[in-house]
Design a protein around this ligand. Structure first.
Ligand code: UT7
Length: 318
């Protein structure tokens, strides 16, 4: 399959909110949050808009690729909700980048980055594009109920971008959606439509934590094993398993079921919380900047999220 990631870039808000900061106004504690999730802090937007973060991550990725915004054939953003329901976050970024290439958003919740990579692969394989800018950006601080301790402590804001071009990195891609609108969702309102039979102002994000936890651990185990079978490889062929950073306990449980060593599972949830679709590109950027990923390394990326969606791919780093 014909793509490679040539560069990455990230942006997170300036403000860091620690668990103790949240314990000032909610009945929670650093001990509970760390022991249940591995999260110690997260970045939360104060002045920044999601467009600010997405644009900053995009500029950094373009710089790393040594390409101009005008070289991009598509801009694909994955996000649950941009600054505007319409226009898309991708169009808000394209306004600042001053590009005229097609730009649009996709929403696969926390799995969005893998879905975006899959779309990029399809455009590149079809010959419709040579260079694509992917930006995964989410600001869940504006969607959660900050009085709901079971949800608000889990998330952080951030953006991760990458430039994708023709190449031979992508060895495996599998997406799925197990249609489910109950276990994790954020319902929109009906506006002021006087004819609506179910007038609603919309809701904050709601989640059945244990259901999502179970789904995630099962999905990771199943999808990692599917990738192994499809590629006829074993765990020793993979250098890093880069999982969506939702909860350290989810990562540990799946890893133990698969009997895999901890050092192959990089984790940064302690610093950022769950940044939704930005979590994997933020982790990828950190690993690249830290010199941990080398040419020829095999990376297995797997994510899960509302929908319920899953996405898994294997990249041979070029
Ligand atoms: O991208 C996907 C996004 N979603 C997820 O990743 C969520 C996956 N699920 C989880 O991570 C876990 O289910 C949670 C971390 C959300 C919760 O952990 P849990 O072990 O499933 O806890 P629980 O919901 O069973 O709650 C245990 C207790 C409850 O109190 P009682 O009823 O036993 O008195 C909760 O009210 O912990 C309480 N609790 C808290 N206590 C202190 C819930 N949230 C908090 C909190 N601080 N922040």
């Amino acid at each position: 399959m014909g793509l490679k990631i040539v560069s990455t870039g990230i942006a997170v808000p300036e403000k860091t909110v620690t668990n103790n900061d949240i314990a000032q106004f909610l009945d929670t504690s650093d001990d509970w949050i760390v022991s249940k999730t591995g999260i110690k802090q997260r970045a939360v937007a104060t002045r920044e808009s999601l467009t600010d973060l997405a644009f900053k991550a995009a500029v950094s990725a373009l710089k790393g690729a040594d390409l101009a915004a005008s070289d991009m054939d598509f801009i694909i953003c994955s996000t649950i909700l941009g600054d505007y329901t319409s226009p898309s976050l991708a169009c808000a970024v394209s306004e600042r980048l001053k590009t005229i290439c097609p730009a649009f958003d996709i929403n696969a919740a926390c799995t969005g980055f893998i879905y975006a990579l899959s779309m990029a692969q399809a455009y590149i394989d079809s010959g419709a594009a040579a260079n694509i800018l992917i930006i995964s950006a989410d600001m869940l601080s504006s969607l959660v109920d900050w009085t709901d301790r079971a949800v608000c402590v889990l998330f952080g804001d951030g953006a991760g971008a990458c430039v994708v071009t023709r190449g031979n990195s992508l060895k495996y891609m599998k997406l799925a959606a197990y249609g489910d609108t109950s276990v994790i969702r954020q319902r929109n309102g009906t506006g002021n439509n006087p004819f609506s039979a179910h007038a609603s102002k919309g809701e904050f994000m709601t989640m059945e934590g244990q259901e999502v936890f179970r789904f995630a651990v099962n999905a990771i185990e199943r999808e990692v094993n599917s990738a192994f079978s499809a590629l006829n490889i074993t765990s020793s062929d993979i250098n890093y398993f880069m999982l969506h950073q939702a909860n350290k306990r989810i990562i540990d449980s799946a890893r133990k079921r698969l009997s895999l060593p901890e050092e192959k599972f990089p984790v940064n949830i302690d610093k950022y919380g769950n940044t939704s679709s930005a979590s994997i590109p933020i982790l990828l950027n950190e690993m690249l900047e830290g010199g941990k990923i080398k040419k020829g390394d095999n990376l297995l990326l797997t994510a899960f999220g509302a929908g319920l969606t899953t996405g898994t791919c294997v990249l041979n780093w070029e």
